[in-house]
Design a protein around this ligand. Structure first.
Ligand code: C2E
Ligand code: MG
Ligand code: MG
Ligand code: MG
Length: 281
């Protein structure tokens, strides 16, 4: 009986691997079809300033619209896109769509808003990333200050001076750079001090959790204090409750985003939210 059990658990294991592989092949197929059929969507989640509770920006978040009209989230398809290299084309589409949207938001209601775009490590490694970025900014005729790039700590491992030079060049174009999911990666204080970045985004796992309070107040407080000592601004992700909002505000957190103020929404919905200066509490 023992032997049979071992066999079946091995079989179960290999079936699990098999179905994971199949799922990733399915997603790759859906992604390729979605890209070809222009079914990629960019949603915008409002970012607010704690001091006056105004919406001052948005983070662009990618979705794939499926045949039934439902939206597939990036956690499902970004890893597949990274593995297959599709992320390069996808990333260019995101950058262009964000630039076009920023240009469309030249009206008084929206012209002060900045838009943050997530950049994958693989995108940064493409030789012409900087030239491509510069060309898109020029052709879109937007103020580079209105575009922000979000990079994760994974971008800075083992790259030494090379990535710092690239980030410096990006900053010289006028863009701001934020370190995303801060606190979850291999943060080295040495690189933080020397990187040309303007913002740290506290990962949402430290902010929201099971209860209404901030999930990890000690870490949140430490990140805010450290960031401010280094002259960096802090953005809190995952602000879901009034209690979390008040805690972060009392600590002097600069900006926030989260379901409390708004979920990722269409460009039109964000325009309405800003125009009506919707709640923001
Ligand atoms: P991220 O950059 O850390 O984005 C924040 C994620 O937190 C978003 O998930 C957002 O919907 C979610 N979120 C915002 N507020 C709250 C909240 O109050 N509570 C909770 N529980 N979650 C909140 P989303 O849209 O599913 O994106 C997941 C990740 O996918 C992003 O994490 C980012 O790493 C990646 N991603 C999204 N769009 C792109 C893209 O265009 N390019 C690349 N390379 N990655 C992207
Ligand atoms: Mg911002
Ligand atoms: Mg992000
Ligand atoms: Mg994040």
């Amino acid at each position: 009986a023992k032997k049979a059990g071992g066999e079946s658990s091995f079989q179960f294991f290999s079936q699990a691997i098999q179905s994971r592989l199949q799922e990733s092949v399915d997603i790759e197929h859906q992604l390729r079809r979605g890209m070809a059929a222009q079914r990629m969507r960019l949603l915008y989640q409002p970012q607010f300033r704690f001091s006056d509770r105004k919406i001052v920006g948005a983070e662009a978040l990618l979705r794939l619209e499926l045949d039934d009209g439902s939206l597939l989230g990036p956690d499902k398809f970004i890893p597949v896109a990274e593995k297959t290299g599709l992320i390069i084309e996808l990333g260019q589409w995101v950058l262009q769509t964000a630039c076009t949207q920023i240009k469309a938001w030249s009206c008084p209601t929206m012209s002060a808003l900045s838009v943050a775009v997530n950049i994958s490590p693989r995108q940064l490694k493409v030789a012409n990333f900087l030239d491509d970025l510069e060309r898109r900014l020029e052709l879109s005729e937007i103020d580079p200050k209105r575009l922000e790039l979000e990079l994760t700590e994974a971008n800075f491992i083992d790259t030494g001076g090379e990535s710092i030079a690239l980030l410096n060049a990006i900053t010289q174009l006028g863009l701001h750079i934020a370190i995303d999911d801060f606190g979850t990666g291999y943060s080295s204080l040495r690189y933080l001090k020397h990187l040309p970045v303007q913002q740290l985004k506290i990962d949402k796992s430290f902010v929201c959790g099971a209860g209404n309070q901030v999930a990890d107040p000690v870490i949140v407080r430490a990140i805010i204090t450290m960031a401010h000592s280094l002259g960096l601004e802090v953005v809190a992700e995952g602000v879901e409750t009034v209690e979390q909002f008040e805690f972060l505000r009392a600590l002097g957190c600069d900006y926030g985003q989260g379901f409390l103020i708004g979920r990722p929404m269409s460009a039109e919905a964000l325009f309405e939210a800003v125009r009506e200066s919707l709640p923001v509490l």
